[in-house]
Ligand binder design. Sequence first.
Ligand code: ARG
Length: 456
Amino acid sequence: MSSKLWGGRFTQPTDKFVEEFTASIGFEQRLGSYDIQGSKAHAEMLGRQGIIAVAEAQQIIAGLDNILHDIEAGKMEFSVALEDIHMNIEARLIEQIGTVGGKLHTGRSRNDQVAVDIRLYLRDEIDMILDYLKKLESSLIQQAEQNLDVIMPGYTHLQTAQPVLYSHHMLAYREMFARDCSRLSDLRVRLNLMPLGAGALAGTTFPIDREWVAEQLGFDGVTRNSLDSVSDRDFAIEFCSFASILMMHLSRLSEELVLWSSANFNFIELSDAFCTGSSIMPQKKNPDVPELVRGKTGRVYGNLISLLTLMKSLPLAYNKDMQEDKEPLFETIDTVKGSLKVFVAMIAEMKVKGDNMRIAAAHGFSTATDVADYCVRKGLPFRQAHEVVGKTVRYCLETGKDIPELSLAEFRNFSDLIEADIYDFVTLEASVNARKATGGTAREAVERELCRLKSS
Ligand code: ARG
């Protein structure tokens, strides 16, 4: 009575609205080629194991290749009545090659099929994202190399703290994206196991060869428990967790780019290609790209929470709830890829206004700590040195002077340990270059780091 692949036990047609409500085909067409990849390996294995005839397996594989061709050419028509990508492809196969197509589903279920599809798809996307991340690291390294002379104010609490090399600041972000890369590579290892063979939940009665299928599909091995295989979505959650941390990093960089490109900071100029104007204020050049990436971070966090909440309290094994895993995962992938893609180019093209950074670094008493460290080297305990320099800064504020502008006599009003060599310690270069230990902002430390990054 029904044209559904599962229609046998039903006597009445599915309600039209329920059909639409339960269908996932509207949002999972991107899994099509992966579904076919998994099905081809499964069919070949069925032939090799004598579960179906080799000739039948060949017919099925050829049919699947035709469907893949149609999908790639945009000629495949998907039907909501067929619910999901798996049944759309299987129905088309049967339509094309006849009843032998019905043998494909031997020894498997949509539950292990969808699990393998998502893993194959996500693995490809991970490889693409790893590539973008490496490119973004290169853009940051290039910015660092090209601007080694630029000194900017380093901040804590967004108050001027100590001068730092702009290159050092860029390499701080490289560290974050390198950790993101390592997190993504770690989760790829756990993802790359093959769930096919779990069947609906308990395994299959047919003599399948899971290890062979896993090898054909480029998996490192097979999952070890059929119940877990069909009910596990940890890989999607881990991916969204990676993505949330990555977007947090991108949003921090975005925030700095927005601030730096404002008239008040005036530290950088983003290329026109990444900005837009205002429909009313002719002078405006808005940093839309970093603003949007900062904004999109919210939806990625939301998707992580959606997935965690989706999986919370689900009994073993597969539950239809899990069909809701796709949209958050897909949207996260699209958002991360788009954000990285636009950042790679925007960072590479960003112009640095080194003079303005330097002027800002010279203000705000950024070398005050260097005066305190100087007094400490002359024998004063640090706490007392802190007090001496605090008073010096107050004097500067009252007289409208900056630290390097003070005369020796003025310095000595606060401590007679201070001598003429103080002037060698309060320039921006001296302050920066004194911080030579690994991880410091001294030019030689940053150059060493750049060397290390380029040789790794
Ligand atoms: N479209 C389903 C999903 O995405 C495929 C698995 C369906 N399995 C089932 N027993 N209804 O989760």
